[in-house]
Design a protein around this ligand. Structure first.
Ligand code: SAM
Length: 261
């Protein structure tokens, strides 16, 4: 189907939840000299323009990045500054650009994106040494390549959930991936919707070691997503502190009602 385009939603409250936590997690996993393999199954276009027609049409960034001033000494603040230095003051880094800003020469990055135009934009923005960019289905592609080297890995799973079966598919993917690549940590993002469809994902992750972080938005739209969830599967040591640090930095965009499980 591939009708979803992240440019309409870049920098919104859900992106902040995901991106600040991702930046903190990458910083944690790269604290030691050993290299890591960083993978995205649903990469998007890499860099977004908050002055662009899509972002202006929804205005969603105003309820996310528009409400906070990231500290440039934090991992997310560093990645945002690097993206804006390269692409201008209205640029917003997608997850691949955040990773690119924080990974080191000993790390490897593999990005999967199926949409032809998004894939082309991703290549234009991110191609370079140590980065492999594939136009293929992210679940099928990574299961074919895993285990990656270096064996220590972080996999961001960020589907659009346009199709209801994607919740169960994400959980099944996590189970299959860890069977072949047990050193990998997965960060799975999911929306909190009135229909509560994420329950299927959570149930499917049941047998796996998992830390979840769910936030309600301070100013949710009248219809649609009311909050954002992250499941850290096979979480590294210190993952709870990573999630807490991310919440503290992006706290303004979240309501007081929060939960961790
Ligand atoms: N991770 C990105 C970020 O945070 O900047 C946003 C990704 S967006 C939520 C989801 C992306 O997945 C879209 O760009 C869409 O084209 C892509 N996509 C949809 N189905 C896919 C599939 N089966 N395999 C890989 N990518 C897919």
């Amino acid at each position: 189907m591939l009708s979803y385009q992240h440019a309409y939603h870049a920098g919104n409250a859900a992106d902040l939840h995901k991106h600040v936590a991702l930046a903190e997690l990458i910083a944690r996993l790269t604290a030691k000299p050993r290299g890591i393999a960083y993978v995205e199954t649903h990469a998007g276009r890499g860099v977004y323009d908050l002055d662009g027609a899509e972002a202006r049409k929804t205005g969603e960034a105003a309820e996310g990045i528009g409400r906070i001033a990231p500290d440039p000494s934090t991992p997310f603040g560093r990645a945002l500054a690097a993206c804006r230095a390269a692409h201008g003051p209205a640029a917003y880094p997608g997850s691949p650009a955040i990773a690119r800003a924080l990974l080191r020469t000993q790390d490897r990055m593999t990005l999967m994106e199926l949409h032809p135009a998004e894939h082309a934009a991703l290549r234009a923005a991110l191609a370079g040494d140590g980065v492999a960019i594939h136009r293929r289905d992210g679940f099928e592609g990574l299961l074919a390549l895993a285990p990656l080297k270096p064996r220590k890995g972080l996999v961001l799973v960020d589907p659009s959930y346009e199709i209801k079966t994607e919740y169960a598919a994400a959980a099944a993917f996590a189970r299959r991936l860890l069977a072949t690549w047990p050193e990998a940590t997965l960060m799975i993002w999911y929306p909190l919707l009135p229909a509560g469809r994420h329950a299927e994902l959570v149930a499917g992750l049941g047998p796996l070691p998992c830390l979840r972080d769910e936030v309600a938005f301070a100013r949710p739209p009248a219809r649609g997503m009311t909050g954002s969830g992250l499941a850290l599967v096979n979480p590294p040591h210190g993952a709870a502190a990573v999630l807490a640090a991310a919440r503290a930095q992006a706290g303004l965009v979240f309501a007081a009602r929060e939960s961790q499980a």
